[in-house]
Design a binder for this molecule. Structure first.
Ligand SMILES: Cc1cc2nc3c(=O)[nH]c(=O)nc-3n(C[C@H](O)[C@H](O)[C@H](O)COP(=O)(O)O)c2cc1C
Length: 476
């Protein structure tokens, strides 16, 4: 059950030696910078960072970055054996196996629980009572919602959605959020606003790992994120009914903001450092959110996830889950012998994707690459799709570049696709035509030469095991 309570999760992370507390870093740009510098140096070997003694704020008001940013922390979130975290492909396959048995568990409504320890109502609401960071130097303001879950209800069918959308503090009780078109939270919100009605909203800004994982992935319309998180945890997420909105809100949260989006008032929101590694343009008008209740635990933890130029503190889990999703999609498309997938962090989990296969027939590699370049969850803002043989670890960039260099012929093995699905956030897209192009690189040994291709010059596994045993001091 450790996935549904952030404090129990933190205790497990500490026991695993991956928690570091930092004292005295400032909310104004330092928290984000400390985190970024660490992740740039250590990538997924970085510990989770818990910031305390933040200037201007009482001890105990904490901020946290890098919740699932390592194989161990993701394994703990997913309720998997931490020993699997040593090998990405083994962990990926174990996760896919586990998810075969996943079935949603609806939340259980309760009347009391940790986040109800403190409640600020109406005039007492002050969003800046928490050490809300300026995450990047050129952000348009202080962002309270980054690693968060924004809960809304579809006014037509009552379906509950929880999505991760950035939330900026504008004033003591005023916020603004950017939700891209097509996201389920945006569809809910716009239905209320189009009818001239306020949209009820609850924003969990101190969120537990299972709910954060659920909020950030696009699930089918028929599976509410709270139910998916319950399925992952193997027990219902305990929720209370929001005083203002009646929305179900996880009671184990650290901090929750509850209020309404105004149908006729806007604020200037942004810019913000985004997942592409670039700032998101200029400030834009977004609907105003009026916060009427703030619920929080004593000594609360504000959960943070500031995107930026990769690598960064919440990219590992994104790459992992997207890789698992692509394997499922390729298998679902009936393609045989897909052995591994890795969406590389350097490509922000989208633009550099590698699939390994056991080649079975002429054209197998191209088939895989072309489908993978379009199918969800990798069809959006893709760029480079590389297909390699199954002796190549798709997550090992040395292996991959070696295969590209030695097994592909650029004049023959690169296929271009144009007018593909992109986004306004894509820095290579200009104007209103939101297309980009893709290449599929067949970096597999040509199928007709599988038997005759030169032998790889590498120590055999038998001799490697023998020398390791004989000269253990060399490998300490
Ligand atoms: C840290 C983080 C921040 C995100 N910020 C935003 C955002 O500001 N706006 C947005 O539309 N999507 C954002 N996303 C992506 C959405 O959370 C994601 O597409 C999710 O699947 C949306 O849920 P939905 O399908 O229920 O709308 C973010 C994701 C993460 C992990």
């Amino acid at each position: 059950m450790i996935q549904t309570d952030l404090r129990e999760f933190l205790a497990a992370v500490e026991a695993g030696g991956e928690l570091k507390t930092v004292h005295g870093a400032h909310w104004d740009k330092e928290l984000g910078a400390v985190t970024e510098v660490l992740y740039r140096e250590k990538v997924e070997k970085s510990p989770l960072l818990l910031f305390d003694d933040i200037p201007d704020y009482p001890k105990g008001m904490r901020c946290m970055y890098g919740m699932m940013g390592s194989p161990l922390r993701l394994a703990l979130t997913l309720g998997m054996d931490p020993d699997l975290a040593g090998d990405r492909m083994v962990m990926l396959n174990a996760y896919r196996e586990k998810m075969k048995d996943h079935s949603p568990v609806p939340p259980r409504m309760v009347n009391g629980g940790p986040v109800l320890e403190n409640i600020d109502r109406d005039g007492d609401v002050d969003l800046l009572k928490f050490p809300v960071p300026i995450h990047h130097e050129d952000d348009g303001g202080r962002y309270i919602g980054t690693a968060c879950g924004v809960i809304t209800r579809d006014p037509d069918d009552g379906r509950i959605n929880m999505g991760t959308y950035r939330v900026q503090v504008m004033d003591r009780n005023i916020a603004g959020s950017y939700i891209s078109s097509g996201k389920q939270g945006r569809i809910h919100r716009d239905k209320y606003l189009a009818a001239g009605k306020p949209c009820p909203m609850a924003i969990v800004v101190g969120i537990d790992p299972a709910c954060f994982l659920a909020a950030r992935y696009t699930l089918s319309d028929t599976v509410p994120e709270l139910d998916w998180a319950g399925g992952l945890a193997g027990a219902p997420i305990e929720c209370f009914e929001g005083e203002v909105t009646g929305l179900p809100i996880p009671v184990n949260s650290e901090i929750v903001l509850e209020g309404e989006v105004s149908p006729d008032e806007t604020v200037m929101e942004g810019p913000f450092g985004e997942w592409t590694g670039y700032y998101s343009g200029v400030a834009n008008e977004e609907p105003l959110i009026r916060i009427k209740r703030v619920y929080y635990r004593t000594d609360p933890i504000l959960t943070c996830a500031a995107s930026q130029k990769p690598p960064h503190s919440h990219l590992f889990e994104r790459c992992f889950i997207r890789s698992a999703g692509l394997m499922d999609s390729l298998q679902g498309a009936g393609i045989p012998d897909v052995k591994g997938v890795w969406c590389h962090q350097a490509g922000a989990g989208r633009t550099f994707i590698v699939v390994s296969i056991k080649q079975r027939y002429f054209g197998h590699a191209n088939q895989v690459g072309l489908v993978a370049s379009q199918v969800n969850p990798t069809g959006y803002v893709g760029r480079y799709m590389i297909v390699v043989d199954d002796d190549i670890d798709p997550s090992d960039i040395h292996d991959v570049i070696w295969a590209m260099g030695m097994r592909s012929d650029p004049s023959r093995d690169i296929t271009h696709l144009t007018r593909c699905w992109s986004s306004r956030l894509d820095p290579m897209v200009t104007g209103d035509e939101l297309y980009n192009s893709r290449v599929v690189i067949d970096a597999c040994i040509p199928f007709e030469r599988l038997e005759t291709f030169p032998k790889v010059a590498q120590t055999s596994p038998e001799l490697a095991a023998e020398v390791k045993k004989k000269f253990p001091d060399v490998y300490d």
